[in-house]
Write a protein of this length. Structure first.
Lengths: 209, 412
C-alpha cells in the first residue's frame, strides 16, 4: 500500500524523487511545491495527521537546511516522510503548512525557534521554547553545546543582580571517542570543546570542530 | 398637581441597555502560572477574561526547555537513555522503551522474545502508573480529593516494583540499545501479578467515587469538548484523541513489541469532552492489567538482550573480566557508543500521554547526527488557544487536568 502511494505521488508530481529511508516511504519535494504536494497528500491520499515537523542542519554543505515532515494516515495506518531543502543557506525559509494542518502552528514555531527557518505565511511566527529576545538558534550546528553568554530575559532582574545567562562548563560533559583515526588520537573526550576551561568562550558565527 | 409620566416598555428596555453599558467594563488580563498547581508543572496561560468567561487564551511554554535534542547530538546512543527518563517523567520506563525501539529500528535489530516481554511489562506498568496519577490529580482538580489518596497508594506499590527491577524509583534508565540493563529479579513477576490483583478493586473504588458522581459529572460533561476534526488537525494523540472517537492506538494499528499477540481492547469515546477523557484513562488501566496478565502467563525464556549484536550491546560483566574479546567489545561500546548504520528513521510508540516519536538521522557511528523528539504533550497542548475560550475560568482547572500533560515532554 505504501509503495503504491509513493508511485501514485510520483506519477502525479513529476518533480518528486524518492528519498533514502530506513523505514517509512519518503520523498524529496522542492520547497516551492510543498503546499501543493501536502494538499494532495491530505485530500487525496488520506494523510490526515501531521505528526512532526523538524529540520536538519547540514553544517557546511549547501543546501544547508532541510525541512522534514512526518504524516500519518489514520485509515491506512501508514507514515510518510516529506523532505524539502531550503533554497537560501543564510536566510532559510519554507512555506508554512498552517493552512492545511493546525498542528503545524506550534511545530513550525519550534523549528523557527531552534533552527531559524522562516515559515512564510505562518500567522504567528515567534519563539516558543526560548524567550522572545533570544538572539540565537541553538539547534544549528555552529551553536556550541555549552551555549553562548546572553543577557537575562528579565531586564529588571539583570539590573539588580548583574548576572547573565552563562555558558555551561563542559569539563564534566559527555565523553565520546570518534570511531575513525588511530587509537592514540581517539581518546574519549567531549565532542563539543568549543568552550572549555582552557579555551575562550565561543563568539557568534564561529564554526565548531 | 403631580405630573405623572407613563412608562412605556421601550423606556425600560432602553434603561436596561444603559445599565448594561455601564456594567460592561474592560476585559481583564489574567496570568496563570508558570508556577501554579493547576498547570501541573510550568505551563503559563495568558488569558483575557470578560467577567468569568475566558475570551482569549495564549499558552506560553518553554519554561522547562533543557535542549535535549542538542544534548543528544553530542553523546552516544546509550548515554542518552537517562535523558529520556526526563521526558514524560511520570512514565519513564515507557520513554526508555520507545527510545530504544527507535534506535533499534535504525540498526534493524530484533530483540529476543524475553526482552520484548520485559519491555511490554515496562510499558504497561508505566501506563498504569501514569494513568493512576492522571486520574488521581484530575479528580483533585475537580474537587474530589479522596481519589488521589487511593490511586497514589497504588502508585507507590508500583514504584517499589520499579525499584526492584531497575534500581531506581523514578529515573529508571532501564533499557539499553539492543536489550535492557538487567534481567528481571527473582519472583518479581509474581509480585507484579499481586499488584494487578490489588489494583482492580481500587479502580472499582475510583469508579464509585467519580463515574456517577453528580458534582464530578457537572464539572466535566460537555466541558472542553474537542471535535474529531480538530483533534486530527492539531495532531492530538493518545487517550485524548480516542476520547474524541478516533480509533487510533499504535499498539493495535502499527504493532511493535509483539502487541498483536495480546488480546486487549482500545476504549473509544463519543463526545470528546472532559468526562470522556476520564473514562478513557480508567478503562485503559484495566486493559493494561489484562495485557500484563497475558504477558506473565506466557513469559518466554531466553536472553534479555540481543546476543548477536556484538557492536551494540555491551557484554556481561563476568565475561568482560575473563575474556579479551569481550573486554575490547565492552571498551568500544562504552567509548564510541553502539555502532549504527547511516540512515533515517522515525518511530512512534503509544505512550501513556500519546504518541512519543523519535526521528533519528544517523551518519553512522555511535552518535546521532540529528535526533528530534516529538512530545505528545506538546501537540496536545497546542489546542488550548482554541479549546479554552468560551469556558468559565473555573473550567480551566478541569480542562487542564483532563488533558493530562507533562511539561518535561512538552518543553524537552
Amino acid at each position: 500500500m505504501s509503495e503504491n502511494d509513493l508511485s501514485l505521488l510520483k506519477e502525479h508530481f513529476d518533480f518528486i524523487s524518492t528519498r533514502e529511508s530506513s523505514d517509512h516511504p519518503s520523498i524529496n519535494c522542492p520547497a516551492d511545491r510543498l503546499i501543493e504536494v501536502c494538499t494532495h497528500l491530505r485530500d487525496k491520499l488520506g494523510y490526515n495527521m501531521l505528526m512532526d515537523v523538524t529540520a536538519i542542519d547540514w553544517d557546511a554543505n549547501s543546501p544547508r537546511f532541510t525541512g522534514i515532515y512526518h504524516f500519518l494516515s489514520t485509515t491506512k495506518h501508514q507514515y510518510l516522510r516529506v523532505a524539502a531543502d531550503c533554497n537560501d543557506d543564510i536566510n532559510p525559509s519554507l512555506p508554512s503548512l498552517t493552512g492545511l494542518y493546525l498542528a503545524a502552528d506550534w511545530h513550525e514555531r519550534e523549528t523557527y525557534d531552534l533552527m531559524g527557518i522562516q515559515y512564510e505565511g505562518h500567522p504567528n511566527l515567534k519563539r516558543i521554547l526560548m524567550w522572545d529576545d533570544y538572539p540565537y538558534h541553538p539547534l544549528r550546528k555552529d551553536f556550541p553545546l555549552a551555549g553562548i553568554e546572553t543577557p537575562l530575559p528579565a531586564d529588571d532582574v539583570a539590573k539588580v543582580t548583574g548576572t547573565s545567562v552563562k555558558p555551561a562548563p563542559m569539563m564534566g560533559g559527555p565523553f565520546v571517542s570518534s570511531a575513525d583515526g588511530p587509537m592514540s588520537q581517539t581518546e574519549p573526550r567531549g565532542r563539543d570543546e568549543s568552550w572549555t576551561e582552557q579555551k575562550e568562550k565561543p563568539v557568534k558565527d564561529k564554526q565548531t570542530t | 398637581m403631580i405630573a405623572s409620566k407613563e412608562i412605556s416598555i421601550g423606556d425600560v428596555a432602553s434603561r436596561t441597555n444603559d445599565a448594561e453599558g455601564e456594567l460592561k467594563g474592560d476585559t481583564m488580563m489574567l496570568n496563570v502560572g508558570p508556577s501554579h498547581p493547576t498547570t501541573h508543572g510550568v505551563l503559563r496561560l495568558k488569558m483575557e477574561l470578560d467577567g468569568d468567561v475566558v475570551k482569549k487564551c495564549e499558552p506560553v511554554i518553554g519554561y522547562l526547555h533543557r535542549g535535549d535534542e542538542k544534548i543528544a547530538e553530542n553523546m552516544t546512543y546509550n548515554q542518552f537513555v537517562p535523558y529520556t527518563d526526563r521526558l514524560d517523567y511520570l512514565a519513564p520506563l515507557a520513554n526508555n522503551v520507545a527510545y530504544a525501539l527507535a534506535v533499534e529500528k535504525l540498526a534493524k535489530l530484533e530483540v529476543p522474545e524475553r526482552c520484548q516481554s520485559i519491555r511490554v511489562l515496562c510499558c504497561e506498568l508505566a501506563r498504569i502508573s501514569s494513568h493512576l496519577l492522571g486520574v488521581g490529580v484530575y479528580g483533585m482538580d475537580a474537587g474530589a480529593w479522596t481519589v488521589f489518596m487511593y490511586t497514589f497508594t497504588e502508585r507507590e506499590k508500583l514504584y517499589t516494583l520499579f525499584e526492584e527491577l531497575t534500581g531506581a524509583r523514578f529515573t529508571t534508565s532501564y533499557t539499553r540499545i539492543g536489550g535492557v540493563a538487567r534481567d528481571i529479579p527473582e519472583g518479581w513477576l509474581g509480585r507484579v501479578m499481586e499488584f494487578c490483583k490489588g489494583v482492580l478493586p481500587v479502580l472499582d473504588q475510583v469508579d464509585k467515587l467519580l463515574t456517577r458522581n453528580r458534582i464530578f459529572m457537572d464539572r466535566t460533561v460537555g466541558i472542553g469538548t474537542i471535535s474529531k476534526e480538530d483533534a486530527l488537525a492539531y495532531g492530538i494523540t493518545g487517550p485524548n484523541l480516542r476520547a474524541c472517537g478516533v480509533d487510533l492506538d499504535l499498539r493495535k494499528d502499527k504493532p511493535y513489541l509483539g502487541y498483536e499477540n495480546y488480546d486487549f481492547e482500545v476504549p473509544i469515546g463519543t463526545s470528546g469532552d472532559c468526562y470522556d477523557r476520564y473514562l478513557m484513562r480508567a478503562e485503559e488501566i484495566r486493559q493494561s492489567v489484562q495485557i500484563i496478565r497475558q504477558c506473565i502467563e506466557h513469559f518466554p525464556e531466553g536472553s534479555y538482550y540481543a546476543e548477536d549484536a556484538k557492536k551494540i550491546f555491551a557484554p556481561k560483566k563476568e565475561k568482560i573480566l575473563t575474556s579479551m574479546e569481550e573486554l575490547i567489545q565492552n571498551f568500544m561500546i562504552v567509548t564510541e557508543g553502539p555502532q549504527m548504520p547511516s540512515g533515517e528513521v522515525y518511530f512512534e510508540a503509544e505512550n501513556p500521554k500519546g504518541s512519543l516519536g523519535f526521528f533519528i538521522h544517523s551518519k553512522g557511528g555511535g552518535v546521532p547526527y540529528r535526533l528530534k523528539i516529538r512530545g505528545p504533550s506538546f501537540c496536545n497542548l497546542s489546542i488550548l488557544d482554541k479549546l479554552i475560550p468560551g469556558h468559565y475560568l473555573t473550567d480551566i482547572t478541569v480542562i487542564l487536568g483532563s488533558l493530562d500533560f507533562v511539561m518535561g515532554e512538552c518543553d524537552r
